[in-house]
Design a protein around this ligand. Structure first.
Ligand code: R5P
Length: 308
C-alpha cells in the first residue's frame, strides 16, 4: 500500500541550508519545510516549526560553527516531539566536537561524549559524513542513538580525482586520514600513503612525509577536514619541495577557519575540492544522493519504531 503524502517523512531545514536541503529533498523525494527563526533584541532565539508534523521528521543541521546550532537543535527537537514527531533523525553532514575525544590535560572537558549524549537524548537516529572518530571505533559509541549511520565523502572525492588526474598519488596528511585514504585509493587503484603529523597547537603542526618518491608525481592530499589549513599546507609545502609537480587538495568538510584558504594558496596548492557537507566555494561534489539513499534505508526502521 502506498503511503499518503501526509505520512511521508518531512525534512526540516534552517534558511542558511536551503540549497542543501532542496538537493537532498529532490534526491530522496522528501517533503520539505523551513524552520522559522527569530532573534530577539537580547540575542535569544525563537523557532517556529510547522504546527502539524508527521510521525517521521528529519532535521538538517550541519554543525560547523556549532555552538548556537546546538541550542537550535535543543529547541527544534523538543518542539518537534511536542508537535507529533515520533521518530526524529538528525541529519548533520558535519558533526562537530568529535576531535576532543580525551582529556589531553587534566581538567579538560571531553567534548565528544558530552555533545554525543546531548544529541542522543534529543534524536532517535543520526546520519553524518566522515565523523572524526579516532579513539572510538563506532559513531554509536560517541553518539549513543538507536541508529547511527556514517557515510563517507571519500568515494565521490576519489571519482572526482580520477576524472581530473591521470596517475595521482593519493596522500593523507596524518595517521587519522588512513581510513579515508584506503577507501578512496581502493576505488580506483590509486597509489597511496600517509604522512606522520605531530600537532603542537592550533597553528603549529609538524609533518613528516611518507617514505616513497614523490618527485614528478601529481599529488592529491585527501583528508576529512580542513580547519586552520596548517596540516594540509605543511604537507603540500613538503611535497612540492620534494619534487611533486602538483599538489591538489580534496576534503569532505570545508571548515576553512581564519586564513586557511590563503595559507593553502601560499603553500602552492593547486585545486581545492570539497563535498557540499558544508557550503563553500570549493564544493565540487554533492552528497545529496548518498544521503537520500541512507534516509530511504532508515525509513523502514523509523516506521517500525514510530509505530511501536
Ligand atoms: C585531524 O586529525 C584532522 O583529520 C585534520 O587533519 C585536522 O583537523 C585539520 O586541522 P587544521 O586544518 O587546523 O590543520
Amino acid at each position: 500500500m502506498r503511503s499518503t503524502p501526509a505520512l511521508n517523512p518531512l525534512l526540516l531545514y534552517f534558511e542558511d541550508e536551503q540549497e542543501s536541503a532542496a538537493r537532498i529533498a529532490q534526491a530522496g523525494g522528501l517533503n520539505l519545510c523551513k524552520i522559522e527563526r527569530h532573534r530577539f533584541p537580547d540575542g535569544e532565539l525563537k523557532l517556529r516549526l510547522p504546527p502539524a508534523l508527521p510521525a517521521q521528521v528529519i532535521i538538517l543541521r550541519t554543525l560547523n560553527q556549532p555552538d548556537e546550532k546546538l541550542v537550535e537543535l535543543l529547541l527544534a527537537a523538543q518542539t518537534a516531539r511536542d508537535l507529533g514527531a515520533r521518530h526524529l533523525t538528525l541529519l548533520a553532514p558535519y558533526l562537530a566536537y568529535m576531535r576532543q575525544d580525551m582529556a589531553f590535560r587534566p581538567g579538560e572537558a571531553v567534548s565528544q561524549p558530552i555533545v554525543g549524549r546531548f544529541l542522543a537524548r534529543l534524536f532517535d537516529a543520526l546520519i553524518t559524513v566522515d565523523p572524526h572518530l579516532h579513539r572510538v571505533a563506532t559513531l554509536q559509541e560517541a553518539v549513543p542513538v538507536a541508529n547511527a549511520i556514517v557515510l563517507s565523502g571519500a568515494p565521490l572525492l576519489s571519482d572526482l580525482v580520477a576524472a581530473q588526474r591521470r596517475q595521482p598519488l593519493l596522500v593523507g596528511p596524518d595517521q587519522e586520514s588512513a581510513q579515508w585514504i584506503a577507501l578512496a585509493a581502493s576505488r580506483h587503484g590509486f597509489e597511496h600513503a600517509v604522512c606522520h603529523k605531530i600537532r603542537h597547537g592550533d597553528h603549529a603542526v609538524e609533518v613528516a612525509l611518507p617514505d616513497l618518491p614523490v618527485a614528478g608525481r601529481e599529488v592529491v592530499l585527501l583528508d576529512d577536514v580542513v580547519s586552520t589549513g596548517h596540516t594540509l599546507a605543511r604537507a603540500a609545502q613538503l611535497m612540492l619541495t620534494a619534487g611533486a609537480i602538483s599538489v591538489d587538495v580534496a576534503v569532505t568538510h570545508a571548515l576553512f577557519a581564519g586564513q586557511a584558504w590563503q595559507l593553502l594558496q601560499d603553500a602552492g596548492v593547486g585545486k581545492i575540492w570539497s563535498t557540499d557537507c558544508i557550503q563553500h566555494p570549493s564544493n565540487a561534489v554533492s552528497m545529496a544522493a548518498t544521503i537520500a539513499q541512507a534516509l530511504s534505508g532508515l525509513r523502514a526502521v523509523a516506521s517500525a519504531q514510530s509505530a511501536g
